[in-house]
Design a protein around this ligand. Structure first.
Ligand SMILES: [Zn+2]
Ligand SMILES: [Zn+2]
Ligand SMILES: [Zn+2]
Length: 343
């Protein structure tokens, strides 16, 4: 490991490999890679959401839009609920189907068993960066409760929780909400990360995520935010401009195992990391999601984390054709810029 003093001027474009998933990224800043020279005109501000009367997720509209019974609801002073979990109206995964893998000579198929749910916070317009900490914490607690509930079904192998914010990130309803899909398989990207973790462990007898955290804490240049239990970094191998990862500082394999104190700490760092994005970049569209351990499989080494992708650049022929990603923003420059955004 090189110390900051020994650092040489880096030359771009530069190929960097994600040591976990093994994805190759080309860091290719258009000019001298200064944050103020980043072309912010490319950023589309997230649209204002539809009127409350037309919103299927607003409190009071439950019956009007034929919303099904809640899977989980937390009460709220002065209202009905603060967080509500419902089945997705157009689910991609269904419960209670017969599981039978059909394998012909060429094609394999099976019924899409699992669950597809929506986690809604009560306020019509206020997204995570504007929400009070108690509400962000309740949302994070709902994620935990749903994972704990869904994993009672031995068929479920992975629970994915994600947020699409803004049109460019694939949001179809503007009211703040997260989604959850529970699957009967371990998705390819998670498997790649699990393999990366295992390979590193075999070689160094250490967790690769813990080592990344240590390295970033030593160097400091890619650290964006830090609190008692979590750290937000711009990964060295960022695929998107201003990509952020939030990691628990202590090694922990599964998101749902987090205790209350740490969950409150996560609520805080998630809120303020997203607030920095909104303030610094003018409310861009973004996706964020949790990567955590599979469930109902033999225990494996993993270190859960949150990945945040501002959707500023569109993936095109290179990304889609060969899986090599072009990123026009140098991660340490992005980190420096976001660190300086006042919140
Ligand atoms: Zn609404
Ligand atoms: Zn770890
Ligand atoms: Zn990940």
């Amino acid at each position: 490991m090189s110390s900051p003093k020994q650092k040489k001027q880096e030359i771009f474009p530069q190929l960097r490999q994600d040591p976990i998933s093994k994805t190759w990224v080309v860091i290719t800043p258009k000019r001298r890679a200064r944050p103020e020279e980043f072309d912010q005109s490319r950023i589309v501000k997230r649209k204002i959401v539809a009127k409350k009367e037309d919103c299927p997720f607003c409190e009071g509209n439950e019956a009007k839009f034929g919303n099904p019974t809640s899977l989980l609801e937390y009460p709220r002073k002065g209202g009905k609920w603060s967080v509500r979990v419902i089945p997705n109206k157009y689910p991609a995964f269904l419960k209670n189907q017969k599981s039978k893998v059909k394998s012909q000579k060429l094609y394999i198929s099976q019924p899409a068993i699992g669950s597809h749910e929506v986690i809604i916070t009560y306020h019509h317009e206020d997204h995570t960066p504007k929400q009070p900490l108690w509400l962000v914490d309740k949302m994070l607690r709902a994620y935990q409760e749903r994972i704990l509930n869904l994993k009672k079904d031995q068929k479920i192998k992975y629970v994915h929780i994600f947020v699409n914010e803004g049109d460019e990130a694939g949001a179809s309803i503007g009211h703040p909400h997260s989604q959850l899909v529970a699957l009967t398989l371990i998705p390819e990207m998670i498997q790649k990360e699990l393999d990366g973790v295992e390979q590193y462990y075999k070689r160094f007898k250490k967790c690769i995520f813990c080592d990344i955290i240590k390295r970033e804490q030593d160097q400091k240049e890619r650290v964006i935010l830090e609190n008692k239990n979590f750290i937000t970094i711009a990964p060295y191998f960022s695929r998107f401009p201003f990509e952020m990862w939030i990691l628990p500082k202590e090694h922990q394999t599964s998101y749902e195992e987090m205790d209350e104190t740490r969950r409150r700490s996560l609520a805080e760092i998630l809120k303020y990391s997203l607030l920095k994005l909104d303030k610094g970049l003018g409310e861009p569209a973004y996706n964020h999601f949790i990567h955590t351990s599979p469930v109902n499989v033999k225990s494996q080494q993993y270190h859960w984390h949150v990945e945040i992708f501002p959707r500023i650049d569109i993936w095109a022929g290179v990304e889609l054709g060969i899986g090599v990603v072009f990123n026009t923003m140098v991660p340490k420059v992005a980190a420096e810029f976001l660190r300086k955004v006042k919140i």
